[in-house]
Design a protein around this ligand. Sequence first.
Ligand code: XMP
Length: 520
Amino acid sequence: MSLDQNLNKILIIDFGSQFTQLIARRVRELGVFSEIVSHKKIKLKYINSSIKGIVLSGGPLNVYQINKYSFDKKILQLDIPILGICFGHQILSKLNGGRVKQSKHREFGLANVYKKNKSLLITNFFGNKKSKQVWMSHADQVSKLPKNFKVVASSTNSKFAIVENKKKKYYGVQFHPEVTHTENGKKLISNFIFLICKIKRNWSSKDQKNQLIKDIQKQVGNNKVICALSGGVDSSVVAQLLNKAIGKKLYCIFVNTGLLRKNEEVQVVQTFKKRLKMNLIYVNAENEFLKKLKNVSDPEKKRKIIGNLFIKIFERYAKKIKNVKFLAQGTLYPDLIESKSVTGSQTSKIKSHHNVGGLPKKMNLKLVEPLKFLFKDEVRKLGLELNLNKEIISRHPFPGPGLAIRMPGIVTKEKIKILKEADYYFIQSLRNHGLYHDIWQAYAALLPVKTVGVMGDNRTYEYLCLLRAITSEDGMTADYYEFKKSFMQTISNKIVNSIRGINRVVYDVTSKPPSTIELE
Ligand code: XMP
């Protein structure tokens, strides 16, 4: 429990919804500080005058299991504005004397809400329309309103889709305004914060940066911290945050696996050691990786070999540094959601992801994960605030196992050399044509097939290069990017004419699912 005593804030009481962090994120986007506290931990004594509004999240339980909610119910009767979302709406109604029952029609997905009455909460929410599309996800609903509450909007199945008690400043919404599927949902949250709680903007990337630095200093004290730096956005931001927080007590380890993009190792050393003056240990392990991967073609085996070797090297260097107590990782909030499977459903293993940050707990190091409640775009903003250059911040994601999983079949020095060049030409062309930032991720792969071609009247028999470029929000789903024919011709000619070893280029037009972004 670490409620900041001074900063005015919105308190979000978490009842276990998978969207709680998304609510916090929306509040941050609006420039206001928020703090999430689990319903299991919140106590009346923590509520002080810095809390200008309370949001009650959704949650998987129902209001009849109210005994499972150990929080002090008096919190919901204070003179502080409250916005209840989904389950939060139900519990707010129930505790104020209303009734909640199982819906006849469970609502999951899109629904329309219709305006019934005026309310500050819906200022400019409906615009000049009578209804708005919202995203519902509930089995129960409020069936009788508490005294002094009125209906603001209804859906076909939920009479009390938006409700208010104007005098107490209590508001409830049956749907989720925090998800993007709810049209104009952010406006509702903004109205709650600014018109109802009357809180002033007090939270920017700069504030966030300062707060994270303070938190790191508090957590690690005078101890040494190691950080696996890959040169990707997340580990770069973590490294720079720690650099600002603890300077030379931070030891970044950058392992050149030999499976990186062309010139990547040079760029990383230049940026972090030379420009940002970090304690950077550069490990050239090209030969070690190549040796271990010799004659291995099974994708999962490749991934495991690379992951394990990486850890071994990392441990070797961590031991050399001595007395290290902490390990910093660039875990983001979506990584936590995926690995925990918050919905409770069992997810099947598609690939063993090897993130260079995903190191074993048996190293007996405590974790420092300053980004674990942030989303990718927030991390990018933070990176800019930390003076990392745009080039690093806006880079396409790159997988831990690197080029090894972009060349199905065995990994050889020759193939790596060819692939590095092809990928380089492709990415450079994207940049030159101003397409790089329209694309979420792009790369070249080398397929383990040779095909016949003709160059200068001579027969060639060389590798097939596959290009992949996708659009995506978060890498969970993806669609292929539609290039103009002229671009495809240019890049195909460039690759085939400039690189010995490739005589044919194909473009991957599958989406994810059913495909994945990487080939292995
Ligand atoms: P897939 O291939 O699973 O990729 O659709 C989704 C995203 O994850 C990246 N990826 C990885 N990132 N370690 C990483 O750090 C890995 O082992 C790994 N495998 C895939 C991939 O590049 C894409 O952005």
